[in-house]
Write a protein that binds this ligand. Structure first.
Ligand SMILES: [Zn+2]
Ligand SMILES: [Zn+2]
Length: 146
């Protein structure tokens, strides 16, 4: 496991430091995540990866995503009962989920370490992960309703 406190380095270094092999499939899946920052599900990543790598299977995509998460190159985003989505944005941020179209957008935090600081967490709790999800109407849906 890489030290998550150090600055994110390149894909090659991160993958090889974690003891995982640099496979073309992993790189393709990572490129798909970086290509469109819309928090795709594994199935969506699979459909996109297939365009350039027709032989890739859904199981391989799942494995690649798992590796990227293990290496700290991507985060899982869970939206209620929906399929897990994947996010390559490693800076601390919250998510905005559109209740109309389901789009998930990144919302930056005002200050680093900000999410946990928004709450009065008693000192006897050790926060390891924090997640914030806002719900409402995205700009696209607001415009089309006008
Ligand atoms: Zn929307
Ligand atoms: Zn995100």
């Amino acid at each position: 496991m890489p030290d998550r406190k150090t600055k994110p380095v390149g894909y090659e270094e991160t993958i090889s430091h974690s003891g995982h092999r640099l496979t073309p499939q992993r790189r393709e899946v990572y490129n798909v995540l970086l290509g469109e920052r819309d928090h795709p599900t594994a199935t969506e990543v699979f459909i996109r990866a297939k365009r350039r790598m027709p032989g890739i299977s859904l199981a391989t995509v799942y494995n690649c995503l798992e590796t990227l998460v293990e290496c700290g190159l991507a985060k899982q985003v869970n939206v209620e009962r929906e399929a897990t989505r994947y996010c390559p944005n490693l800076s601390e941020h919250g998510h905005f989920v559109c209740e109309n179209c389901g789009a998930v957008s990144d919302i930056p935090v005002v200050k680093e370490g900000g999410i946990a600081r928004l709450l009065k967490v008693p000192s006897r709790f050790a926060v390891k992960h924090s997640e914030i999800t806002l719900r409402g109407t995205c700009p696209d849906c607001r415009n089309s309703n006008n």
